[in-house]
Design a protein around this ligand. Structure first.
Ligand code: F0G
Length: 471
């Protein structure tokens, strides 16, 4: 087999700045040990997110030049709507400035206090928007996903048995069901076509709208092509069309598989719901033919959606994510197996077994990777998905303590990824010297963005601190 290479060449470069360990230590101190607060210019390799951080193609830049910036009825919107309808197939297309704006409009339109919204795993903003509307966001990941090391092929699936039960028990209380493809909160794992089809059948049987959170729909389509019998010869666009044919609507962040730096949309087949959503859209996003975006952004997305469905691109994308995962796993680093589409997730609780869960091993590891190698990653464990009980202040942990290395699209070369492997393996060799962290300040919602952390000096001191004081 020949090496799978990047199916593009580089036309424009952006320098990245080398920093010293002392500079990085100072940056962490200033940022309250929160990597979201570190200035991007202090970062060497930025794996914080794959969202809006990709490189656009020459075709996308060219399309931006013909962006129509009319307030109403601009030609860019018609081109955008045509592309979205061609791939996603929904009747109504509502542009938004990014995914969470689509989520907010959907949740405010359909959710009421007492409602329950099941999802394979809600992304943090999806959960927050549903909860902000007074409803309960219920995660129903499949049972296979609990074992992080087991390489089950469709670990992103929703648990159909529990979904069926919830739909009956909560009849009348479920405004919609959502399935997130790929399942970002659950390790970037794919959802099978069979699972989507069955979830849709269950929902339709109960008259409940079925939605897809479509952010990484093209990566999911590639997984289906490679892993699900019967799909190996289909094009990615046909697989995507089939996925969406089972849904009544979707939310989309075009910052992922829209291959754009900003943008999103909300789709539905329900005209009355669309009408209510457009009213909200006008209130906070903009007129329905631009929805908070410039005409040129709509153009970039229209081209990007098709580029994400290019087979050579997805073959490279998946090979490069797997390359990072395989090299880390070969070095003994515990990662979620098999590697996901957009990111590699390290099981920080297993890697830093000496750090108790209450001391956020994922955050401790993220800080160490930055300190050592200028790599920015993100904790996706109890800092992001856990919470504090509003009355007792007790910490409610997340399901897993993970660290995500998200790979921006078409940005980093193989030697840059080799550097990441080196830094992570070095850190792994020294892992016993990493200490846990404590949260000293946090907001009520989405705390990972702005919490302030203190590094607990040394594991040994933590043990002493937890002993009762001598009398
Ligand atoms: N749904 C999923 C599955 C996501 O991963 C994200 C964003 C959103 C919705 C919200 O979209 O950012 O455009 O408002 N995920 C990014 C990430 C931020 O880093 O995983 P948005």
């Amino acid at each position: 087999m020949p090496v799978i290479i990047e199916p593009f060449r580089i036309k424009m470069v952006e320098p990245i700045r080398m920093t010293t360990r002392a500079e990085r230590e100072a940056a962490l101190q200033k940022a309250g040990n929160n990597l979201f607060a570190v200035p991007a210019e202090a970062i060497l390799i930025d794996l914080l997110t794959d969202s809006g951080t990709g490189a656009m193609s020459a075709r996308q830049w060219a399309a931006m030049m013909v962006g129509d910036e009319s307030y109403a009825g601009g030609a860019s919107f018609w081109r955008f709507e045509e592309a979205v309808k061609d791939i996603f197939g929904f009747e109504r297309v509502i542009p938004t400035h990014q995914g969470r704006a689509a989520e907010r409009i959907l949740a405010s339109t359909l959710c009421r206090p007492g409602h329950v919204v099941p999802n394979n795993t809600h992304f943090d903003t999806t959960r927050a928007n549903i909860e902000a509307a007074g409803a309960t966001a219920l995660d129903l990941p499949c049972t296979e996903s609990a074992d992080l090391q087991q390489p089950f092929l469709f670990k992103g699936n929703i648990d159909l048995e529990t979904l069926a039960r919830v739909l009956v028990e909560q009849a009348g209380n479920v405004p919609f069901v959502m399935v997130t493809v790929t399942n970002n909160g659950g390790g970037g794992q794919p959802v099978s076509m069979e699972n989507i089809r069955h979830a849709s059948q269950l929902c339709r049987g109960q008259g409940v709208p079925f939605y897809l959170d479509a952010c990484r729909f093209a990566e999911n389509a590639f997984f289906i092509k490679r892993r699900e019998p019967g799909y190996e010869d289909l094009s990615l666009i046909d697989i995507a069309r089939e996925m969406f044919s089972y849904a009544d609507g979707c939310t989309m962040s075009a910052k992922k598989d829209g291959m754009a730096n900003i943008g999103g949309f909300l789709c539905t087949n329900d005209r009355e719901v669309a009408r209510q959503e457009e009213e909200l859209l006008i209130l906070t996003e903009g007129f329905p033919t631009y929805g908070g975006l410039a005409g040129r952004d709509l153009e970039a997305i229209s081209v990007g959606l098709y580029e994400a469905l290019d087979l050579d691109y997805q073959t490279y994308r998946h090979a490069s994510t797997r390359y990072l995962g395989d090299h880390l796993a070969e070095g003994g680093v515990p990662i979620i197996q098999p590697p996901g589409g957009h990111a590699i997730y390290i099981d920080a609780a297993a890697m830093l077994a000496h750090i108790p869960r209450g001391q956020f091993p994922g955050q401790a590891l993220a800080l160490e990777l930055f300190r050592r190698g200028g790599i920015r990653s993100v904790e996706t464990g109890s800092v992001m998905f856990g919470s504090r009980h509003p009355d007792t202040g007790e910490e409610i942990p997340a399901r897993h303590e993970l660290l995500r290395l998200a790979i921006p699209r078409r940005v980093y070369t193989q030697s840059q990824i080799d550097y990441v492997v080196e830094v992570v393996l070095d850190t792994f060799a020294d892992r016993h010297r990493i200490s846990g962290v404590r949260i000293v300040e946090q907001p009520r919602r989405l705390r990972h963005f702005s919490a302030v952390f203190e590094i607990l000096n040394h594991p040994a001191e933590v043990i002493l601190e937890s002993l009762p004081a001598a009398t």
